[in-house]
Design a protein around this ligand. Structure first.
Ligand code: R5P
Length: 297
């Protein structure tokens, strides 16, 4: 098996490479003076099973590169070309909120489905879609980081109370709490704009001694976590520890998260960032091996 590190996230590529016993290859890449891509891959790929690893954060440039690399691998005779995207982009526009809007999730899925034999990802933003099969036409696995996060909490954070800031996060909050063997609560969030959210508090008087741990799939502007953490402090709880699966981090997010209501925040290494504290390679490796066995049979 060959694993192509297409996104510069060499730390994850190397740990996955070790677990899968795969050779890790970094493509040669540069831009021509007019901005077009140049790619070159060293090695013989004929009859090889190739995994392209790319986290698809800031996806526009990366996605076109992936399509070129997948096209090349097919041309040179690879037996299978899979996409491992620990963070899968273009999942949030899943409906026309306003007339005339493009449902980008669907069209992006079409492009990936044409280029790859399979897709493995972690906690894709499934909101109105119930599964990736609704838009992806290739075999796929949507893995959950909940156990990894729960085990981290169990080991590192005593007396944790897991909190999901909105109804969508209920799936993570419940799974994380089960793995961490502690209680969980789910709040209700209203989003008024990209950077404007409010979170309704519950009566928390019986949790004064607990360490609140906020869990969410995506940390983008950071507003969801800050609003929730501030509400918790107002309700008499201590500053929260926040854990996001995907540190997407829109511009200014780190400044926003530097807030007295947040004791600490950390993430999984689905996207490379200094906040990465939870390694997803142990989740990805067996799923990739299983997927390969499934498509090759
Ligand atoms: C929302 O629906 C997601 O689960 C996250 O809560 C959201 O993407 C976080 O965004 P932000 O950090 O901008 O509040």
């Amino acid at each position: 098996m060959k694993l192509i590190c297409a996104d510069g996230h060499l730390e994850l590529a190397n740990s996955l490479g070790k677990l899968l016993n795969a050779e890790v290859i970094t493509p040669e890449h540069r831009l021509f003076p007019d901005g077009e891509h140049y790619y070159r891959l060293d090695g013989d790929f004929s009859n090889e099973d190739v995994v392209l690893l790319s986290h698809l954060h800031q996806p526009n440039e990366k996605a076109i590169g992936l399509l070129f690399l997948a096209g090349h691998l097919r041309d040179v005779g690879a037996r299978s070309v899979g996409l491992v995207a620990p963070y899968l982009a273009y999942m949030r526009q899943d409906i026309r909120f306003k007339e005339g809007e493009c449902i980008t999730s669907r069209y992006f899925a079409g492009l990936i489905s044409n280029a790859f034999n399979y897709l493995v990802t972690i906690d894709p933003h499934l909101h109105r879609y119930h599964s990736l099969d609704e838009i992806y036409r290739i075999p796929n696995r949507a893995l959950h980081a909940t156990n990894l996060i729960g085990e981290y909490i169990k080991k590192m954070i005593p007396n944790a109370l897991i909190i999901g800031p909105d109804a969508e996060s209920a799936q993570w909050a419940e799974g994380v709490a089960a793995a961490a063997q502690c209680e969980f609560l789910v709040f209700e969030k209203t989003r008024k704009g990209d950077r404007d959210v409010s979170v309704a508090m519950l009566d928390l008087s019986c949790y004064a001694d607990a360490q609140p741990v906020l869990v969410d799939d995506i940390i983008s502007t950071g507003r969801t976590l800050v609003e929730t953490a501030e509400g918790l402090v107002e309700a008499g709880l201590r500053p929260a520890i926040c854990i996001g699966v995907h540190p997407v981090l829109a511009e200014g997010a780190e400044i926003t998260l530097n807030n007295p209501a947040i004791a600490n925040w950390l993430s999984c290494n689905t996207i490379p960032h200094a906040s990465n504290a939870i390694d997803v390679s142990y989740l990805l490796a067996p799923a990739i091996a299983a997927m390969m066995a499934e498509i090759i049979l």
